[in-house]
Design a protein around this ligand. Structure first.
Ligand code: ADP
Ligand code: MG
Length: 161
């Protein structure tokens, strides 16, 4: 488990952008954290890093937005999902195992559907007193591939970058 602190929305986006360079087809990134934590901000960085052009907005009402950069980018936000069945109707597995990068906001809502082979990223407001714009980004995984990826990411994330 690795914890990275960011001090602005731009910095959180930059972290997503750096991560994107390490991503390959079929990768799954699960984002956790309350409303306004910075999940979409992080997703926008990933999209930018994958070479997606144009605006990336939160798919809160559409559940999923598809973009095409270096790889397809499937951006999900399951906040408004009423049941896991709805997710099945969406054909989520096709996305998870397709040749793109899938990123899910509010992944805690579909925990039972998530494969172990995934990168978990939790974004939380930092401790009181650190200021409104500080966030704590926690990266973890049960899968060896993503553990290595986290290690690799740390080699080019330096405080203040
Ligand atoms: N360090 C930070 N990282 C990410 N967002 C931040 C940070 N500091 C302030 N913010 C602000 O918090 C909000 C995060 O919004 P958003 O990314 O849409 O959150 P979520 O998708 O988790 O609901 C934005 O208004 C952003 O400008
Ligand atoms: Mg969001």
């Amino acid at each position: 488990m690795v914890i990275i602190k960011t001090s602005s929305a731009a910095e959180t986006g930059m972290l997503g952008e750096k991560l994107s360079a390490l991503l390959g087809a079929g990768d799954l990134i699960c984002l956790y954290g309350g409303l306004g934590a910075g999940k979409t901000c992080f997703a926008q960085g990933v999209a930018r890093g994958l070479g997606v052009e144009g605006a990336v907005t939160s798919p809160t009402f559409t559940l999923i937005n598809e973009y095409y950069g270096r790889l397809p980018f499937f951006h999900m936000d399951v906040y408004r999902l009423d049941s896991v069945m709805e997710m099945e109707d969406l054909g989520y597995e096709e996305y998870f195992y397709d040749g793109g990068v899938t990123l899910v906001e509010w992944a805690e809502k579909i925990e039972e559907l998530l494969p172990e082979d995934r990168l978990d990223i939790s974004i939380d407001r930092a401790a009181a007193g650190e200021g409104e714009d500080f966030r704590q980004v926690t990266l973890s995984s049960r899968s060896e591939r993503y553990r290595l990826l986290i290690k690799e990411l740390m080699t080019f994330v330096r405080p203040g970058d």
